[in-house]
Design a protein around this ligand. Structure first.
Ligand SMILES: [Ca+2]
Length: 268
């Protein structure tokens, strides 16, 4: 009896795995073992159904079921970006690698707020498509470069004195800066690039030095106009002098958010 149970258990666990490569991008609502991952509302943990979950680099997409569950039937070999989109919620992105899938993913997404401005939801590539395979962004690019910079004009209502506006970079991968190298985000032996730079209405307001999710740059209040322009410019290899070698990076989920100013006054 014990042996039969064990065999049964093995079948349950091994059968789905053997089909994993064949079945791709479909939600199997009948199979709880399959859909381990879940999208929830970050406010109350309730499941979010019919959210689009994608890995743009792989050309993979799926939708969550009625319980917010989804499966990732795709191979993750290198660091890449997973995106979640759902009407009424802020776009969500997460940097993942092959180790991310050892545990079920529980992704909390936030409802959209007044003042949210989506600059670019999808994944895009900046650079010249020339990069070493030891770079923080190696792997087969399906996303071709749109050039060495991204720029976007947008309108914005004035913000109140108690608020601050910020640019949020949902995800960035591939930065080969000195800091990224020191943090072990790439394996390039000795060379590195200048950081990516963020400009707001022509003025530099920040830099991207490390790869990761949800990096924020406060927009100086005095620069905000009714119509504004954000530009992200990728860095250059500081050790290549024979020609200009731009850092090949990928960004996703660029947005502007407004929030109450964060104060750090202690109150005890
Ligand atoms: Ca390059």
């Amino acid at each position: 009896m014990k042996r039969i149970l064990l065999l049964f258990a093995l079948l349950i666990f091994f059968v789905p795995v053997s089909f994993a490569d064949v079945i791709s991008g479909k939600v199997r609502q009948d199979d709880k073992l399959y859909a381990r991952n879940q999208v929830v509302d970050s406010a109350d943990g309730s499941p979010v159904d019919n959210a689009r979950v994608s890995i743009p680099r792989n050309g993979f997409e799926t939708y969550t079921d009625n319980n917010g569950k989804f499966e990732l039937n795709t191979k993750i070999d290198s660091t890449t970006v997973l995106s979640v989109e759902k009407e009424g919620f802020r776009p969500y992105s997460l940097t993942i690698d092959k180790n991310s899938l050892n545990q079920p993913l529980r992704l909390g997404i936030e409802r959209s707020k007044n003042g949210d401005i989506q600059l670019e939801a999808s994944l895009f590539h900046l650079g010249d498509n020339v990069f070493a395979d030891t770079s923080a962004n190696s792997g087969e690019f399906r996303i071709k470069s749109i050039g060495t910079f991204f720029t976007k004009k947008f309108n914005m209502a004035p913000i109140s004195p108690s608020e601050e506006a910020l640019i949020v970079i949902g995800s960035v991968i591939g930065l080969d800066t000195k800091l990224a190298k020191e943090m072990g985000q790439n394996r390039i032996a000795s060379v590195y690039s200048s950081p990516a730079e963020i400009f707001f209405n022509g003025q530099k307001i920040g830099e991207l030095n490390i790869n990761g999710d949800n990096q924020e740059i406060i927009i100086p209040r005095n620069l905000i106009r009714p119509t504004n322009e954000v530009t992200v410019r990728t860095g250059k290899n500081l050790f290549q002098h024979a020609y200009v070698d731009y850092d090949d990076i990928e960004l996703a989920n660029l947005r502007v958010e407004t929030r109450e100013k964060q104060t750090f006054a202690g109150s005890w």
